[in-house]
Design a protein around this ligand. Structure first.
Ligand SMILES: Nc1nc2c(c(=O)[nH]1)N(C=O)[C@@H](CNc1ccc(C(=O)N[C@@H](CCC(=O)O)C(=O)O)cc1)CN2
Ligand SMILES: Nc1ncnc2c1ncn2[C@@H]1O[C@H](COP(=O)(O)OP(=O)(O)OP(=O)(O)O)[C@@H](O)[C@H]1O
Length: 180
């Protein structure tokens, strides 16, 4: 399936769920992530602040911050480019591009310090390939991350057999959904 067709297909699958259902499905994914040794061991974690159609992370980022971890979130800086900033609490967020809430705190550029990167995706396949929203934001950032362990998170209906991958696509180290 072409990437554009797959994006439509996933959109259709998402439409079958209410936001309440997506929130319940998110809970299972987040609990699995919280139980993961890589997360327990991590000091510096790159996350994302979820949009309504993504695995819900707002409570997760607060819990990780409260547990003493350094939490980094992306902030869009231009066409296909983003930087990372430290998340210091909900008061430090401002609405940015695509209506995403983004941190206004300190810019974080020491990517070698990132232990774990938790990455959203429109779909993931069995070979740990990821398909994003098609603008290349993560494609450009991920090669800079060095040795961070990369976990893609998604709902079960976002797991697909195969995604046509391109040379620049960076594979995940692991994908966590509801029951894979
Ligand atoms: N929560 C979250 N934050 C993120 C991302 C993400 O996927 N999720 N990004 C990961 O890249 C970057 C922002 N990139 C984005 C790219 C497209 C759309 C989006 O809503 N696209 C619409 C199409 C709209 C259009 O074409 O203009 C869509 O997918 O329906 C959102 C974020 C950085 N921050
Ligand atoms: N490292 C890169 N440098 C420059 N352009 C890139 C790079 N990676 C991807 N692109 C370009 O970005 C666009 C989107 O790529 P792709 O469809 O792989 O995005 P995606 O992985 O679905 O989205 P995202 O990374 O935003 O979640 C393509 O036009 C691609 O050529």
């Amino acid at each position: 399936m072409k990437k554009s067709e797959l994006r439509k297909e996933i959109k259709n699958r998402k439409r079958q769920f209410t936001s309440q259902q997506l929130s319940e499905l998110s809970f299972v994914v987040v609990m699995r992530l919280l139980a993961h040794q890589r997360l327990k061991d991590a000091h510096t974690v790159m996350l994302y602040y979820s949009l309504p159609d993504e695995v819900y992370t707002h409570t997760l980022v607060d819990a990780l911050l409260a547990s003493g971890k350094r939490v980094l979130l992306p902030r869009v800086t231009g066409e296909g480019t983003m930087e990372l900033r430290c998340y210091t609490g909900p008061q430090s967020l401002e609405q940015g591009a695509y209506n995403i809430m983004e941190p206004v705190g300190e810019v974080f550029s020491d990517y070698a310090q990132i232990d774990l990167a938790v990455i959203p995706g429109v779909a993931f396949d069995r070979q740990l390939n990821r398909m994003g929203r098609g603008k290349g934001y993560y494609d450009r950032l991920l090669p800079q991350l060095g040795c961070a362990y990369k976990i893609g998170i998604c709902f079960d209906f976002q797991l697909v057999e195969s995604i046509e991958c391109e040379e620049h696509d960076i594979r995940m180290d692991e994908v966590i959904a509801g029951k894979n």
